[in-house]
Design a binder for this molecule. Structure first.
Ligand code: ADP
Ligand code: ZN
Ligand code: ZN
Length: 724
């Protein structure tokens, strides 16, 4: 007998199968991980069995030994389906199904306090000649920051190889403060299922657990969706099956996981991106060996090696993090749907602000709509007020707090109630502009405005990380009238301290959450130490239930409207509704204040009323008129390279190929026309992408790659999160 083996998933050039003989008596099947002879000088590689057959046309070597069993035939079919649908190699999609490391000699590794390694620069694997160095770099590309001991173990290399890479500036080693996995070995009090409300019971009864079905559970924040998830899972477990729960990475906090832990105990595996590869490996094993019946995790948890899945739940289904932006560029909801069909089970999408595409499907019957229109607590939704910042300015208030918000914060301080202040950092950070000639200091590598960082007193590019010193004279006209515009979280923190000197403040943004578990630490500090004000970016909007928060302030709602993206209205509505929903989760009524320069925008008005359906009604008309999703999919190819002429030429060639088969728009410089020194051109097409169109696009890509350009890269995606 012969096995078809995919060798070394990290090297995309090897995206084909090799035949190997199966020695007499060797026990293997689809998805078995094996050690095979490969390459010159008696080298070996790890491979994965993807087929078994009677004969081979080749002169085959034998498999050396079996390592372990990693996936089954169903998962192999999933990987094949994904490779086709998302235009990538089978080795790219198989990678999602296998545990970290080469599988050679891994046994319960644990992260300790030690140095962690990460890549110090962007690097192309092809540039690295040494085998061992390549294994290290490839592992770091896949896993980001990794403890050194785990790195050496998983890649089967030695410290001296790492030292060489460090000397060459490719890898950096840093001492990282590691607290233990916040979810591990936790003692939580047991909780019993709550008696459901009539409405909840109706919803639960409508979900058929023994057949395929796609459901949208649309319920306002605090309407009892999570309780339904818990009882649905309970039902499924009792029938001997397992469950997958996906939540956005950002809301994967102890608060939500505790609710699952307290209901189901330790049959839960929790997968999140802050696990080290060793911790991830442990979780992977636990699931594979059948010790966990419930997996909770971010996007990639959909690939956990669970067997006999009985339900898939996707909470906050509108969240952008369910779409992968790196190869394979999959959409977890589509993968969930595929798996649900394959297992003949339900997939439940939950949200207070559903993705417009999902709700559209629910209105035309493709998805079953389930609704929970009211909050469980009789407090109802918070009162939302809109404050017009133009009026504030006109009456001489130049601070970031409107008079109304100022008053309300003071009120909260007096009542010893907590406040959350939200700043949409994206596109709203501090940039530097000359007041005389309008010159904006930009990164010369990226064509985006540099951001001023208070703590470092430096200008920083958020795209490439380039730093430059502060400017005091306009580089263009020489004027001294240089000003810092916009407001970053650091500056707001300073303002809070100035105007509310007695208040305690804690800040949560990318800068304060760099270290492992910083998220959890900030949130539990806010809760336990009764900090008066939590100030933060997107990160504070989701998944946290603080009983004592009665006031939410949105400092400026506009920044997400002013982005060049067809989803701007949708994102603004979602964000504001989610933020406002943070107020009044306990016994006291909540209130929210939205400050804006555009009080008449319908996305803001709908968020004030927290009226999703009204928002949907208006936005869907716009989408249909302009032909945007859900009435089409957005197909985007971005060509990039150092030589602008070459990039333009390739963009035109790509456009010619695409436009011969589909209707496409002429190539244009991308909205951000240069990043990291690379020029960028964009080719765009709008088309409903079904199986036929996938085939057409695949053949277009094949034709494009037949003439392989060396110095120009094509990044291809459908419905990417970012249009820039
Ligand atoms: P959502 O997931 O929609 O935000 P939750 O399930 O978290 O809503 O419910 C909101 C609050 O109401 C939680 O504190 C939860 O414990 C409580 N709750 C949910 N269902 C019930 C019920 N049937 N009876 C009493 N309390 C409930
Ligand atoms: Zn830059
Ligand atoms: Zn100037």
């Amino acid at each position: 007998m012969f096995a078809e083996v995919i060798v070394n998933l990290s090297v995309s050039e090897l995206n084909r199968t090799f035949d190997y003989g199966i020695p007499e008596g060797m026990d293997l099947s689809i998805g078995t991980r094996v050690l095979v002879p490969f390459g010159a000088r008696r080298g070996t590689e790890i491979g994965y069995v993807v087929g078994i057959k009677e004969t081979s046309d080749f002169q085959c070597k034998d498999i050396i030994r079996v390592v372990d069993s990693v996936f089954d035939e169903r998962k192999l079919n999933l990987a094949k389906w994904m490779a086709k649908k998302y235009f990538c190699n089978l080795s790219d999609t198989l990678k999602l199904l296998v545990p970290p490391g080469t599988g050679n000699k891994v046994d319960n590794v644990k992260a300790k306090k030690e140095k962690w390694a990460s890549l110090a620069m962007e690097i192309d694997l092809q540039q690295i000649k040494s085998d061992k160095q390549r294994r290290i770099v490839s592992f770091l590309l896949d896993n980001g920051e990794v403890p050194v001991s785990e790195l050496l173990l998983f890649t089967d290399t030695t410290r001296s190889v790492l030292t060489t890479l460090e000397k060459n500036g490719i890898v950096k080693l840093e001492e990282v403060e590691v607290s233990r996995n916040p979810f591990a070995n936790k003692e939580v009090e047991r909780s019993e299922p709550l008696p459901l409300t009539e409405r909840q019971q109706e919803v639960l009864d409508k979900i058929k657990v023994n057949e395929f079905g796609e459901y949208l559970l649309y319920g306002v924040t605090g309407s009892g969706k999570t309780e339904i998830y818990l009882q649905l899972i309970d039902k499924v477990l009792k029938s001997g099956k397992t469950a997958v729960v996906l939540v956005p990475e950002i809301s994967l906090t102890p608060q939500i996981t505790n609710r699952f832990l307290s209901r189901f105990g330790d049959c839960i595996a929790i997968l999140h991106s802050r696990l080290s590869p060793g911790e991830r490996y442990d979780e992977w094993r636990k699931i594979k060996e059948g010790k966990s019946q419930i997996v909770i995790g971010a996007r990639s948890a959909i690939f956990a090696p669970l067997e006999n899945i009985g339900v898939i739940i996707i909470d906050e289904e509108h969240d952008a993090s369910y779409k992968s932006e790196t190869t394979p560029k999959y959409e977890a909801r589509e993968v969930a749907r595929y798996l649900a069909k394959s297992y003949d089970i339900p997939v439940v999408l939950g949200s207070a602000t559903p993705d417009l595409r999902t709700y559209y499907k629910a209105t035309n019957g493709e998805i079953t709509l389930l609704e929970l229109p009211n909050r469980i607590s009789n407090m109802g939704l918070p009162d939302v007020q809109i404050v017009d910042l133009r009026e504030e300015l006109a009456s001489g208030n130049k601070t970031v707090f409107s008079r109304k918000l100022y008053e309300e914060i003071n009120q909260n301080l007096k009542n010893k109630e907590q406040t959350m202040l939200f700043l949409n950092r994206r596109g709203y950070s501090t940039f530097v502009m000359c007041r005389d000639c309008g010159y904006v200091v930009k990164c010369d590598q990226c064509d985006v405005a540099m951001t001023y960082h208070l703590t470092r007193n430096k200008l920083l590019c958020h795209y490439c990380g380039k730093e430059q010193s502060n400017v005091f004279l306009c580089p263009s006209c020489g004027s001294k009238n240089i000003r810092y515009f916009g407001t970053g979280t650091q500056k707001i923190e300073a303002e809070i301290k100035k105007y509310f000197p007695t208040a305690s403040v804690i800040r949560m943004d990318v800068d304060t959450t760099r270290t492992k578990n910083a998220h959890e630490m900030i949130l539990s500090k806010f809760q336990n130490e009764k900090i008066d004000i939590l100030l933060g970016t997107q990160m504070i909007t989701k998944g946290h239930d603080f009983e004592n928060v009665t006031l939410v302030g949105v400092l400026a709602a506009d920044s997400s409207i002013n982005i060049s993206d067809y989803r701007a209205n949708e994102r603004t509505f979602q964000l504001l509704t989610q933020v406002a929903g943070r107020a009044g989760r306990g016994e006291k009524k909540g209130r929210a204040i939205i400050q804006t320069y555009m009080p008449d925008e319908f996305s803001i008005l709908a968020a004030k009323e927290q009226d999703y359906k009204n928002f949907y009604k208006q936005e869907i008309i716009v989408r249909e008129k302009l032909k945007y999703p859900p009435f089409c999919d957005i197909i985007i190819g971005v060509l990039s390279g150092e030589d602008e002429e070459a990039v333009k030429r390739e963009a035109e060639r790509f456009y010619r190929i695409i436009s011969s088969r589909l209707e496409a728009y002429k190539p244009m410089p991308a909205p951000i026309s240069k990043i990291n020194g690379l020029y960028r051109y964009r080719v765009l097409a709008k088309e409903l992408v079904d199986e036929a169109v996938v085939s057409v696009l695949a053949s277009c890509l094949e034709e494009y790659y037949r003439e392989k350009p060396n110095d120009v890269r094509l990044s291809f995606d459908i419905n990417p999160n970012s249009m820039v």
